[in-house]
Write a protein that binds this ligand. Structure first.
Ligand code: ADP
Ligand code: MG
Length: 687
């Protein structure tokens, strides 16, 4: 057996056979060192026996007493009831699963200690399935000296087994000089001391601080983790910038030319962001800019200007959208705007015929300064741009670091400029951590003439009233979206549900022209439906959440969202952004199925009380935590173990400065820290 190091595979540890290792691999635990940074989720306090007579419902407690009764009851379910008594009172322990030897062990007269959650049952205070020990010798029972850590684990791997493995990892780590020495600027304690305290809190450690996550040892590691993240993102950024970019001298002129051609005057915020982008484009390093703007703030203008800047410089540009529907809509808008300036646009979708796709591939392989718009099909292997200088990515929250890196290599010797657009407003405190590799521009102003959307929250029982209002509104020339929310993670079932809803609404509102659009329709059919709605041929459009991103029909001024309680805040806000785009007053009706849970109620109330995307994002973050707000992909990417980008935001600016300094003066330490917290330092930079 090899000497254990932090790099050794887990299987070499005692208690970790191949089956256990495989399960733990699902948690990202593969090497001994990974266990060190697998930190407790919480702690259990078993440091003192609690008086049975003083237990309150809902509290977790360790108790000790004598068994005064034990019997198997055959009520509705077979169960073992044990009555435990100490000097202050007695309580019932209830077991639904037990074997014969367990039953025999729990005999009257023996001593027992039990840890569990107290609740109030029919016969007074009780615990269901407590963890316990029995003995004949009362002296053998003792509370723990320290807090008991509870780890995230995989099914089939018990806390006891995991704790045993972590103990071994800590022993190996004690030999590692890097972990045992203080890091400059981060101060005491050392990483190793902090880890030991968090994994195995000493008897005199401040338990309250630990339980609240505010112990100096925890804060020391939080700072280390945030620093590691900043370092990693900086490294990524320098990778992204390592290849030179083409200078787009036409950028400022292009912005002016576009503005002159638009059918409206740009807002101050749009003009500011146009300037920020134009300034980036005359540098020899590629632009890496995120444009954040609430739904309807007019981000497409910024995209158009960036595309035009490349084209006017004699180079190629591409815009990538996450869905066909959105890509098609961008294509339509941009071919009008850019078309009026005699710039040609091509649409590249995964659904094109081979020959059509080959034709476009041929053109971009040549030197033609084309603007290509499409889904991610734009970047499939067969498509080689000869002079790609600009990539605009819409709806950034579906687009991660790896993709950004992949884009870097699409421009050949030069890296294309990257502009990513997101309608998921992320609070600044979070953006500084999540988008540490990007410059951020914010469009914080809506075009004039918009009236805010009024939102009402109604129970399904009010459906008849809602239908009546729809009938009246349509008679008055207005148009209505009816959104069916996801039932399953299945486009198929969604489509069926949407079809059923459309059929029902056609029957309930016989005078209305009802359209239907869902994710399972052919692109051409979807297009027809959207067009019919846009042209006013249909009055009510039943849709799945495919209309979430970007769809623009200014005359639609009412939106009904069915089962709104199922959706998250960001998604609701995105959907609602589809109305309120014209001059008339708009309404959004959030229908829910009672009874509402607390979280759902809080979400709907937030929607009712504000239209401000940033306020909603902030609330979303509080209600759900950052991972969910950003979507699964980015949770994985941030992968914070201890730090909470929101709670710990105040520490970030200082750590950003520190990260810059370390990269200059201590690149060795920077790599160590990245390896420690993020894993392979190349992970950020691997394509
Ligand atoms: P976003 O992508 O930010 O949600 P869009 O770019 O789709 O918003 O713009 C929403 C609508 O507002 C579009 O119909 C667009 O043409 C229009 N628009 C954009 N900027 C302005 C402006 N400055 N004045 C008036 N209308 C605008
Ligand atoms: Mg948009």
């Amino acid at each position: 057996m090899p000497a254990l190091t932090l790099d050794t595979q887990l299987t070499y540890l005692k208690g970790a056979g191949p089956a256990v290792a495989q399960r733990l691999a699902g948690l990202g635990l593969r090497r001994v060192g990974d266990l060190l940074f697998h930190l407790p989720l919480r702690y259990e306090d078993r440091r003192a026996f609690r008086a049975i007579g003083g237990l309150r419902a809902g509290e977790d407690a360790l108790v000790r007493g004598r068994i005064v009764a034990a019997e198997v009851k055959l009520a509705r379910r077979r169960m073992l009831l044990v009555v435990l008594e100490d000097e202050t009172g007695s309580m019932t322990l209830r077991f639904f699963h037990f074997n014969d030897s367990q039953r025999r062990g729990l005999a009257v007269g023996r001593w027992m200690q039990a840890y569990g959650s107290a609740r109030v049952g029919l016969s007074g205070v009780e615990m269901v399935h407590p963890q316990y020990r029995v003995t004949d010798d009362a002296e053998a029972l003792a509370p723990e000296a320290t807090l008991t850590p509870v780890y995230p684990t995989a099914t089939g791997v018990t806390q006891v087994r995991l704790r045993g493995m972590i103990d071994q990892a800590l022993a190996v780590a004690a030999e590692d000089p890097a972990l045992g020495s203080e890091l400059p600027d981060l101060g005491a304690p050392t990483t190793m001391d902090a880890l030991c305290l968090i994994h195995r809190p000493s008897a005199d450690a401040d338990a309250r601080l630990l339980l609240e996550g505010r112990h100096p040892a925890q804060q020391r590691l939080v700072r280390e983790e945030l620093l590691a993240h900043q370092l990693g993102m900086r490294l990524l950024r320098s990778r992204l910038k390592s290849r030179p970019a083409r200078v787009l001298n036409a950028a400022a002129d292009a912005a002016a030319e576009l503005q002159a051609a638009l059918p409206f005057r740009c807002t101050g915020a749009q003009r500011r962001v146009l300037d920020e982008v134009a300034a980036d484009l005359v540098r020899t390093q590629p632009m890496l800019r995120l444009v954040q703007g609430d739904v309807g703030s007019g981000k497409t203008v910024i995209a158009a200007s960036a595309l035009l800047a490349a084209q006017r410089s004699g180079l190629q540009a591409a815009l990538v959208a996450p869905t066909e529907l959105l890509a098609e809509q961008h294509f339509r808008t941009l071919s009008v705007w850019l078309g009026s300036l005699e710039v040609e646009t091509a649409y590249l979708s995964g659904r094109l015929k081979k020959s059509e796709r080959a034709a476009i591939a041929g053109r971009v392989a040549g030197d033609e300064p084309l603007v290509v718009i499409g889904t991610h099909a734009v970047f499939q292997a067969q498509i080689e741009f000869s002079r790609l200088a600009m990539v605009v990515v819409d709806e950034q929250h579906r687009f991660g670091v790896q993709q950004r890196l992949a884009l870097r290599d699409k421009g050949g010797r030069y890296a294309p400029h990257q502009l990513v657009m997101s309608a998921t407003p992320i609070p600044r405190t979070l953006a500084q951590t999540v988008y540490a590799d990007l410059d951020v521009s914010v469009i914080d102003e809506l075009p004039p003439g918009r009236t805010p959307v009024t939102t009402v929250v109604l129970s399904n029982e009010r459906r008849a009233d809602v239908l009546r209002r729809i009938g009246e509104a349509c008679a008055a020339g207005r148009q209505v979206y009816w959104v069916c929310t996801l039932i399953e993670e299945s486009e198929e079932l969604d489509a069926e549900a949407a079809e059923a809803t459309a059929t029902r609404l056609r029957a309930e509102l016989p005078g209305l022209r009802v359209g239907l659009v869902h994710g399972r329709m052919k692109a051409t059919d979807k297009d027809l439906q959207m067009r019919a709605f846009k042209d006013g041929d249909t009055q009510l459009l039943v849709a799945t959440t495919v209309i979430e991103v970007g769809v623009d029909v200014p005359n639609a001024s009412i939106m009904i969202i069915e089962n709104a309680e199922r959706l998250g805040l960001s998604q609701l806000h995105q959907l609602r952004g589809r109305v309120g785009r014209g001059a008339q007053a708009s309404q959004c009706v959030l229908l829910y199925q009672a009874p509402l849970g607390d979280a759902a109620r809080a979400r709907l109330e937030t929607m009712r009380s504000t239209n401000d995307g940033f306020a909603i994002a902030q609330r979303d973050l509080e209600l759900r935590g950052p991972g969910e707000l950003l979507g699964r992909r980015q949770t994985g990417e941030i992968g914070m173990k201890l730090a909470d980008p929101l709670r710990d935001a105040a520490a970030v600016p200082q750590l950003q400065r520190l990260a810059d300094r370390w990269l200059e003066t201590r690149p060795d330490l920077a790599r160590t820290l990245i390896a420690r917290w993020i894993g392979d330092p190349e992970r950020y930079a691997q394509v």
